[in-house]
Design a protein around this ligand. Sequence first.
Ligand code: UDP
Ligand code: MG
Length: 317
Amino acid sequence: MDDRMNVSFVIPCYNEEDVLPITIPKLLKELEKLRNKDVNKTLVYLVDDGSTDRTWDIIDRLSDECEFVVGVKLSRNCGHQRALLAGLNIAEGEAVISMDADLQDDITIVHQMVEEYRKGSEIVYAVRDDRTTDSFFKRQTALLFYRVMAWLGAEVIHNHADFRLMGRRSLDQLKTFKEVNLFLRGMIPLLGFKSTKVTYQRGERAAGESKYPIRKMLALAVDGITSFSVRPLRLVALMGIGFAFAAMIQLGWIFYVKYSLDTAIPGWASTLIPITFFGGVQLFCLGLVGEYIGKIYQETKQRPSFIIEKITKEKSQ
Ligand code: UDP
Ligand code: MG
């Protein structure tokens, strides 16, 4: 009996016209090697996340030229995480590997990932062994983010982006998560299942520019933090109690100065500083609460996370 398995690949693409003609042929070549070993069929799902350049035309052509490429077009730009989820939801195969279009991730380790899966791991995380190709700023902000997440008690895999293999069982379970504020890196460890890590070195982008400007990175970090912990809200309440207590002490001190020491009224500074300070603290707390309320608002509407406009190939039977 042929016990070879089917493995699919999911690649979200947003304005990647410079990158796809270079990276996809390279990937397909690597997959040929995979097919010669323990894998039977490899489908590559290229998910166009509402690109405004020629990305879809390129995907469409690749799909025509190669029987293994499937193009999936989202109706608009939904963001990397949602495009990824769209691909994971429709991809066929016993296992699915997700990666970026720019092939910054080392594709040669897919063999190792499949091997780990065959040895019994349901989820295989690809983890970078160093971050030397990142800028100083990105390294430091990533470190800060991991610290905050750890302190909040949310499990995220360090130095792991969305390059991972998931088996059919975990993919089916992922579909039961209904949230629209997606942070897959936090959701997938919540699935449980046996998992393992393989390490690799991340290269430079093949061409084009990063599609993750600071604005998107920050939004992802805020989503990660507020979707996985209510601890910041508790902290706000504690901060409120702390400041109220400090204000009472201050009040006592003012009475003491006024009635016992009989010195002149202290200057403006001591009045103005607390006003601005507490104003700032209150605004911050309001904003934080607002962030959570905004999330509740979005979740209750139950809008779809993505809308698929078309798929180039029918599901195989
Ligand atoms: N991406 C996407 N939608 C977006 C932004 C990015 O599908 O709104 C894709 C992008 O095409 C790439 C992956 O997400 O395949 C990661 O983006 P990028 O390589 O630009 O991020 P970086 O490696 O710089 O963090
Ligand atoms: Mg990249």
